[in-house]
Design a protein around this ligand. Structure first.
Ligand code: SF4
Length: 336
C-alpha cells in the first residue's frame, strides 16, 4: 500500500466521566479527553505521548469505537464510524485492532496461542476453515515465532514472544489500523527494541496505519511519522518527530524531552514544578500553567488554542505563538 492520505480522522473528541470526591463526596465531572482531533494517514504511524492519566489511552479506545465519545466524531475512509454493536461496526472493527500493554493479560491462559490467533478469523468469518492453520502458521512466521510455538500456552512463552503472539492475533484480520497502547512498557528493556523493530517491519510488510500510544518519547520517535503530545486531555503540540523532539516548542514538551536520559547531554534537565495533573481539578486557563516555568499571568486566565505556527507545527501555547512574553512561572497572585 502506498503511504499517505487520511485513513482515519477524529474531530473534537470529548470523553467525560463522573467521579466521586471521597466516600461521601459530591460527584465531579472529569474530562479525560477534551476536544482532541487527529488524523491517521495510510501506512503511517502517529505517536501519542504524555504522562500517565493524560487521556492518551482513552483517545485510542475512542478512535476504535471501544468507547463512545460524549462529543466529536470519528471517521474511517471519510465515513462516520457506525454505531458500536451494529453489523457495520463489527465489520469495520475487523479492520481496526488493538494491541494492549500487558500481553499476558491480553491472552487467554487456557488456550494455545494458535487457537487464539485463529479466533478473530472465526469471529469475523474470514476465509475457509480449512485454510486456518496455514494462515496461523504464516502469521506466526511474520511475527518471528516458529509454527510449532503455536501449540504452546501463554505461560510457556517469554514476555517478548507473548507480545509477538498478540501482534499475530491483531494482524489475523489484515487490519488497516492498529492502535498500540503502551505495547512495550510491560517488556524487559532487552526485548523492547525487538518488538519496536518488529512493528516497523510489519508496517513495511502490511502497510498498516498505527496509532502508537506511549509515555516513552524515545519509542514514539523510533516508530512515528508524526507525534502528538497530550496534556490533561488535550493535544498541546503536534508535528514531525525530529522537529518536535529536537526543538520542542511547548514548555511541557520541553520538560518531557529534557527528562530523556542522554549520555552526551550538556544542558540542564528541566524539572517541572507542582504535582502531576489531576483531571478532576483542571486548572483555569492553560491547564499547564501551575507547572510551567515561563507562565505569564495571562496564561491562568485564557486557555491557548492549538493552532499552526509559520512552520506548520501545531502548538497550544500563548508564549510559543508570541501572544504574550515569557513570564517566570505562575505564583498564584498574578491572575488576580
Ligand atoms: Fe506555559 Fe502559558 Fe504556554 Fe501554558 S500558555 S504552556 S502556561 S507559557
Amino acid at each position: 500500500m502506498k503511504p499517505g492520505g487520511a485513513l482515519l480522522e477524529a474531530e473534537g473528541l470529548v470523553r467525560r466521566y463522573a467521579m466521586r470526591r471521597g466516600f461521601f463526596g459530591h460527584a465531579v465531572e472529569v474530562r479525560a479527553v477534551d476536544g482532541v482531533s487527529l488524523k491517521l494517514e495510510r501506512g503511517r504511524t502517529l505517536g501519542l505521548v504524555g504522562e500517565s492519566g493524560c487521556g492518551k489511552s482513552t483517545t485510542g479506545r475512542l478512535v476504535l469505537g471501544m468507547e463512545m465519545p460524549d462529543a466529536g466524531r470519528v471517521s474511517f475512509e471519510g465515513a462516520t464510524m457506525p454505531q458500536p454493536g451494529s453489523t457495520a461496526w463489527r465489520k469495520l472493527r475487523a479492520r481496526m485492532q488493538m494491541v494492549f500493554q500487558d500481553p499476558l493479560g491480553a491472552l487467554d491462559r487456557r488456550l494455545p496461542i494458535a487457537t487464539q490467533i485463529a479466533e478473530p478469523l472465526d469471529i469475523h468469518a474470514i476465509g475457509a476453515a480449512s485454510d486456518r492453520s496455514a494462515r496461523v502458521e504464516a502469521l506466526l512466521r511474520a511475527v518471528g515465532l516458529r509454527p510449532d510455538q503455536g501449540a504452546r500456552y501463554p505461560h510457556e512463552l517469554s514476555g517478548g514472544q507473548r507480545q509477538r503472539a498478540v501482534l499475530a492475533r491483531a494482524l489475523a484480520t489484515d487490519p488497516a489500523v492498529l492502535v498500540c497502547d503502551e505495547p512495550i512498557s510491560a517488556l524487559d528493556v532487552s526485548i523492547q527494541a525487538q518488538v519496536m523493530n518488529l512493528l516497523l517491519d510489519l508496517q513495511e510488510q502490511f502497510g498498516t496505519s498505527m496509532l502508537f500510544v506511549s509515555h516513552d518519547l524515545r519509542a514514539v520517535r523510533q516508530v512515528s511519522h508524526r507525534v502528538a503530545v497530550m496534556y490533561l486531555g488535550r493535544i498541546v503540540e503536534e508535528g514531525e518527530p525530529d522537529a518536535v523532539l529536537h526543538d520542542p516548542a511547548h514548555p511541557y514538551t520541553r520538560a518531557l524531552v529534557s527528562a530523556i536520559p542522554h549520555p552526551g547531554r550538556t544542558g540542564q534537565r528541566m524539572v517541572l514544578q507542582g504535582d502531576p495533573p489531576n483531571p478532576a481539578d483542571r486548572p483555569s486557563g492553560c491547564a499547564f500553567h501551575p507547572r510551567c516555568p515561563v507562565a505569564n499571568s495571562f496564561c491562568a486566565r485564557e486557555a491557548p488554542v492549538l493552532k499552526p505556527r509559520a512552520d506548520g507545527r501545531l502548538i497550544a501555547c500563548h508564549v510559543a505563538h508570541g501572544e504574550v512574553t515569557a513570564g517566570h512561572g505562575f505564583t498564584g497572585q498574578e491572575a488576580a
